[in-house]
Ligand binder design. Structure first.
Ligand SMILES: [Zn+2]
Ligand SMILES: [Zn+2]
Length: 599
C-alpha cells in the first residue's frame, strides 16, 4: 500500500446505494436544484415538454416508474444542453374510474342507485376521491427523482380547465364537426354508457362462446317459390354467435353473388352457402340445386321470436355485401339495433328496428321468459328454448376476440343509441399529415400502431351518459334547436335567471342553468351527457393555460410540444386525443373532407 495521498475522495468498496440515493435527493430538495436548473436556463431556447396527466385515484405502480424516468431523462439532457425546459405537472381527474371507485366505496352499483344517492353528493365524493392518492403520487414522484413542477400542476376538474374545454368544443361545433348520431356503438351495460373506439381497442379478450346454427323456416309461399313445390318445407340455415340478438331479428342477409344451395339432409331441406354445406351438415347432405344468392332475395321466413311486433314488414331475405363464407352458413341474421352492418342494411331496406334490450343490457318486460336477465347470461336458456321448439340445428364452440369494458370488465354490447360524435373522419387526411411530422421512437410506431390507427379512423364517440366529467356544453330547446356554449360569460349572458358567481361547472349545477333559445326564445336545457375524459387530457395544451381566456402568449410559445413520452397504450389514448384535438382546431374549412367525399 502506497503512502501517497490520492487526489480523489476515497470510494468505499461497499456502497450503500439507498443511502446515497437519499443523500442526493435530500441535497436536491434542500438546495432547490430543480428550480435552480430552470432559473439558470431562463434565457435559453425553449424546449417544450407536456406532462401526460396520470389519474391520482389509484396508488402509483411500479410500471409508472419507467414512463416517468423517460419523461425525466430527456428534459434533463436538454437542460444540460442549454435549453429552458419548464415542466408543468398535471392530473387527470374525471371519468369512469373515479366513479367506479366511489360506487365501490358507497356499496352502490349502477346509475339508478347513483341518482337515488344524489348526483351532487356523488360528484363531491368523486372530486375528493380523485385526490386521495395525490400525496402518494407526489412522494413517489419525488422519490424517483422525477423533476416536474408539482406546485403549478393543472387539474382537469377545475372551472378554468373546463371552460377551456368548452371553448374547444365550441370551435369544433362551429366547424360543424360535433353532431348527435344514432349509430350502433359499443356500449357498457354496467357503466350505462357508450365507449369510444379507442377505449374498445384497449379491452379485447379472446373468449370461447357457444355459437349456434338455427333454422329459419321459410313461409309456405316462399318455400314454394324456391322449390316449385307447393308442399315443400325449407329452412334457411343461420349461424350466430349472439343467440340473445335473435329476439330482435328482422331479416336474414345473403350475398347476392355467392353461390347458395338447396340441400337435403336427414329428411329436411335447407338453404345455405354451397361452400359451407359439408362443414355445417356433413358429407351425407345432398345438394339438390345451386343458384346465386340474389335468387333468395325477398323470401320470407317465420321469425324465431315474436315477443316484439314490428311496425313494418320484416323477416325477409335481403342482400348484404358484408356476408362471407369464411364462417357460419353464408346467411347472416340481422338485428339492426345491435350491429353496425345490420343497422346500415336495415336502413337501406326500410326495415324496422326491434330492440328487446334495455340500457342495462337486460331483456325488457315484453320478453317474458327472460325479462330482467342480462342478455348474455340468457344465451344458454335461449339455446335450450330453440332446441325445444325444433329450431336448433347445432351448437359449436367459437373462439373469437370480444371487447370488454376496459374499466369494469363487463362484456360490451353493440347497441344503437343516440350519441354525440366528433367528426374526426373529416380531418383524417390532416391527422395522417400531422403524424408525418412527428418523430417517433421507436420509428415503427409511426406507420405501424399509430399510423394504422389513424388510417382506420372512425368518428369520436364523445358523450358519456355519466356524472363525473366535463359536462357537454350543448343546450337544447323544446323545438329541437341546439346551442353550444363556449365560455362562462356566454352562459351568464344567455341564462334566463341569475347564475351564481361561484357556479361549479359540473353536474348537477350546470344542469340547473336554463338558457333562452337564440332562435325561438324558448327555454333551453342542457343535454344530460358528460364527455369522454380522453378529450380532457387531449385538451391540455390549451386548457392547462386556461387558453384563450388567459395566458395567450404562454400558450403560443409552448405549442406544440417538443417532447412527450408515455407507455405504448397511449397511442390509442392520450397521443391520439392530443393529435386529434389540435388537428380539429387548426384545420381550415377548405381542408375538411366532406361527407360525400368520404365514400
Ligand atoms: Zn363498464
Ligand atoms: Zn329554440
Amino acid at each position: 500500500m502506497s503512502e501517497r495521498q490520492s487526489p480523489f475522495r476515497e470510494v468505499p468498496p461497499r456502497v450503500d446505494f439507498p443511502e446515497l440515493d437519499a443523500r442526493v435527493l435530500r441535497f436536491w430538495k434542500e438546495n432547490r436544484i430543480f428550480e435552480k436548473s430552470l432559473a439558470l436556463r431562463a434565457g435559453g431556447p425553449l424546449f417544450v415538454f407536456y406532462e401526460g396527466p396520470p389519474t391520482a385515484n389509484g396508488k402509483p405502480g411500479s410500471h409508472h416508474v419507467l414512463s416517468r424516468i423517460f419523461k425525466d431523462l430527456f428534459p434533463r439532457y436538454k437542460t444540460m444542453r442549454g435549453y429552458h425546459v419548464p415542466r408543468k405537472a398535471g392530473w387527470d381527474t374525471h371519468g369512469l374510474p373515479v366513479e367506479l371507485e366511489v360506487e365501490r366505496r358507497l356499496g352502490i352499483d349502477g346509475k339508478r342507485q347513483i341518482e337515488e344517492y344524489g348526483v351532487a353528493e356523488f360528484n363531491r365524493l368523486c372530486r375528493e376521491s380523485v385526490l386521495t392518492y395525490l400525496e402518494d403520487w407526489e412522494r413517489f414522484t419525488e422519490r424517483i427523482g422525477f423533476w416536474v413542477d408539482l406546485d403549478d400542476a393543472y387539474y382537469t376538474f377545475t372551472n378554468d380547465y373546463i371552460e377551456s374545454v368548452w371553448w374547444l368544443l365550441r370551435q369544433i361545433w362551429d366547424k360543424g364537426l360535433l353532431y348527435q348520431g344514432s349509430k350502433v356503438v359499443p356500449y357498457c351495460p354496467r357503466c350505462g354508457t357508450a365507449v369510444s373506439s379507442h377505449e374498445v381497442a384497449q379491452g379485447y379478450k379472446d373468449v370461447t362462446e357457444d355459437s349456434i346454427y338455427v333454422r329459419f323456416p321459410l313461409t309456405a309461399e316462399s318455400a314454394a317459390r324456391l322449390t316449385g313445390d307447393p308442399q315443400a318445407r325449407v329452412s334457411l340455415a343461420v349461424w350466430t354467435t349472439t343467440p340473445w340478438t335473435l329476439v330482435s331479428n328482422v331479416a336474414a342477409a345473403v350475398h347476392p353473388e355467392v353461390t347458395y344451395a338447396l340441400v337435403e339432409s336427414r329428411g329436411e331441406r335447407f338453404v345455405l352457402a354451397r361452400d359451407l354445406v359439408e362443414r355445417v351438415l356433413g358429407r351425407a347432405a345432398v345438394v339438390e340445386r345451386e343458384f346465386p344468392g340474389r335468387e333468395l332475395l325477398g323470401l320470407r321466413y317465420e321469425p324465431p321470436y315474436t315477443f316484439l311486433v314490428p311496425e313494418r314488414p320484416a323477416h325477409v331475405v335481403i342482400a348484404g355485401d358484408f356476408v362471407t363464407t369464411s364462417d357460419g352458413t353464408g346467411i347472416v341474421h340481422i338485428a339492426p339495433a345491435f350491429g353496425e352492418d345490420d343497422m346500415r342494411v336495415g336502413l337501406e331496406n326500410d326495415l324496422p328496428v326491434l330492440n328487446a334490450v334495455d340500457l342495462e343490457g337486460r331483456f325488457i318486460a315484453a320478453v317474458a321468459p327472460w325479462a330482467g336477465r342480462f342478455v348474455k347470461d340468457a344465451d344458454p336458456d335461449i339455446t335450450a328454448d330453440l332446441r325445444a321448439r325444433g329450431l336448433l340445428l347445432a351448437v359449436e364452440p367459437y373462439e373469437h376476440s370480444y371487447p370488454f369494458c376496459w374499466r369494469c370488465d363487463t362484456p360490451l354490447l353493440y347497441y344503437s343509441k343516440p350519441t354525440w360524435y366528433i367528426r374526426t373522419t373529416a380531418v383524417k387526411d390532416q391527422l395522417l399529415k400531422a403524424n408525418d411530422e412527428v418523430v417517433w421512437h421507436p420509428e415503427h410506431i409511426k406507420t405501424g400502431r399509430f399510423g394504422e390507427w389513424l388510417a382506420n379512423n372512425v368518428d369520436w364517440a364523445l358523450s358519456r351518459d355519466r356524472y363525473w366529467g366535463t359536462p357537454l356544453p350543448v343546450w337544447r330547446c323544446a323545438q329541437g334547436h341546439h346551442h353550444c356554449v363556449g365560455s362562462v360569460a356566454e352562459l351568464r349572458e344567455m341564462a334566463t335567471g341569475p347564475v351564481p358567481d361561484d357556479l361549479e361547472l359540473h353536474r348537477p349545477y350546470v344542469d340547473e342553468v336554463v338558457l333562452a333559445c337564440p332562435e325561438c326564445g324558448g327555454e333551453m336545457r342542457r343535454v344530460e351527457e358528460v364527455i369522454d375524459a380522453w378529450f380532457d387530457s387531449g385538451a391540455m395544451p390549451f386548457a392547462q393555460w386556461h387558453y384563450p381566456f388567459e395566458n395567450v402568449e404562454t400558450f403560443r410559445r409552448r405549442f406544440p410540444a417538443d417532447f412527450i413520452a408515455e407507455a405504448i397504450d397511449q397511442t390509442r389514448g392520450w397521443f391520439y386525443s392530443l393529435l386529434a384535438i389540435s388537428t380539429l382546431l387548426f384545420s381550415r374549412e377548405d381542408q375538411l373532407l366532406r361527407k360525400e367525399d368520404q365514400a
